[in-house]
Design a protein around this ligand. Structure first.
Ligand code: NAD
Ligand code: WQD
Length: 339
């Protein structure tokens, strides 16, 4: 069984490639490397002892995508390729809508031509917007997204629902990730943000290796137990396993359906710092600064639907997320670039 993985050289894609190869799938990765490094896939091969096929290119290029499908016998697709920086999406909306929305349209058209009808899509908890109640459930309304990145994910979900209505053979699992962190326990692959990290976990990890002097904690006056925001952090390997289970779901179901992938726990920023310090033995200097615009006070997942229908449940603890993050960052202070 061959799986086409768009964006497979990236953070979540590379971890998913490991789980796919370990589960016996043939893996074809397409990626334009706009936010990743070819080295991640070499390491995927090294740690699984298996080969994958890598084709460099842009999913917005419809003719090229047609050739990819024509020259490989693809059974299903996992679609990670997207631009994902929230702040950047506000200043570059055209790029974000073009890459994420037009890229997905090109992919859907190519799948249609090639007769491939099974798709797992990387959605996000961000589609719930600011008015949803915690824990988020899939039957709650989506909408009220506050930036082009989040809006692009919501537009794609709606496109996929429309396509599935029009084509009863189509089967799509729309996985709404909460906050993926951590790294493979081998320490060979992990998150490698370009420039200053936008997200909490890679920022903490870069402070720990001395690449940043201190962490700014965005807001200490939220209505939460310690005043800092709560998020549902999940281990990237649990998330990767969820994609393998979602492939089974799309093979046996029709229609487009959203699934939350989270742990169900809300953890504060200060608890994250303490958990990292305990796992690494490294002190993280921090300062509480004003709130970051657009941040929500707290949200976490109700993932019972994923448990019932995909057979998926997050297993790895916060301590494991921290130990694995530290092993990756300590062993690769410059990510995939040579030290
Ligand atoms: P990432 O940037 O590490 O990986 C995305 C990959 O897609 C990169 O390798 C990039 O080079 C590639 N890519 C982007 N545009 C492309 C294009 N037009 N053609 C070919 N390749 C292209 O990001 P990630 O964290 O692994 O995220 C994967 C997916 O999960 C994205 O769709 C993202 O929006 C979604 N997601 C991520 C998070 C998170 O916190 N990391 C949370 C929710 C959802
Ligand atoms: C987590 C918490 C910050 C950095 C974003 C996207 C979302 C999704 C995942 C893709 C918040 C605080 C952070 C820092 C801090 N991506 N923080 N100092 O904002 O929950 O979600 O990534 O779909 O769409 O919005 O994650 O890691 O940026 O922040 O205090 O330097 O850490 O305020 O409370 P977020 P995050």
């Amino acid at each position: 069984m061959s799986v086409l993985v768009t964006g497979g050289a990236g953070y979540i894609g590379s971890h998913t490639a490991v789980e796919l190869l370990d589960s016996g799938f043939d893996v074809v990765v397409v990626d334009n490397l706009c936010n990743s490094n070819r080295e991640s896939l070499r390491r995927v091969e090294a740690l699984t002892g298996k080969k994958l096929t890598f084709i460099e290119g842009d999913i917005c290029d419809a003719n090229w995508l047609d050739q990819v499908f024509a020259s490989h016998n693809i059974d299903s697709v996992i679609h990670f390729a997207a631009l994902k920086a929230v702040g950047e999406s506000v200043s570059r909306p055209i790029d974000y809508y073009h890459n994420n929305v037009s890229g997905t349209l090109a992919l859907l058209a190519a799948m249609n031509k090639a007769g491939v009808s099974k798709l797992v899509f990387s959605s996000s908890a961000t589609v719930y917007g600011s008015s949803a109640k915690v824990p988020y459930r899939e039957d709650q309304a989506t909408g009220g997204t506050t930036n082009p990145y989040g809006s692009s994910k919501l537009i794609i979900e709606n496109m996929l629902l429309d396509c599935a209505k029009a084509n009863p053979a189509l089967s799509v699992a729309m996985l709404r990730y909460f906050n993926p962190i951590g790294a493979h326990e081998s320490g060979l692959i992990g998150e490698d943000p370009q420039g200053i990290p936008n997200n909490l976990m890679p920022f903490i990890a870069q402070v720990a290796v001395g690449k940043r002097s201190q962490l700014s904690v965005f807001g200490g006056d939220y209505n939460t137990p310690d005043g800092t925001c709560l998020r549902d952090y999940l281990h990237v390997v649990d998330l990767a396993v969820g994609h393998v289970q979602a492939l089974d779901w799309v093979a046996n179901n029709q229609g487009a359906k959203p699934f939350n992938l989270g742990t169900g726990n809300g953890t504060s920023v200060l608890e994250m710092i303490a958990a990292f310090e305990a796992a690494s033995g490294v002190k993280i200097p921090y300062e509480i600064v004003p709130r970051r615009e657009g941040d929500l006070e707290g949200f976490w997942a109700d993932s019972r639907l994923a448990e019932q229908e995909l057979g998926w449940k997050a297993k790895l603890s916060l301590e494991r997320m921290m130990i694995d993050t530290w092993r990756w960052q300590h062993g690769n202070p410059n990510g995939y670039l040579p030290s």
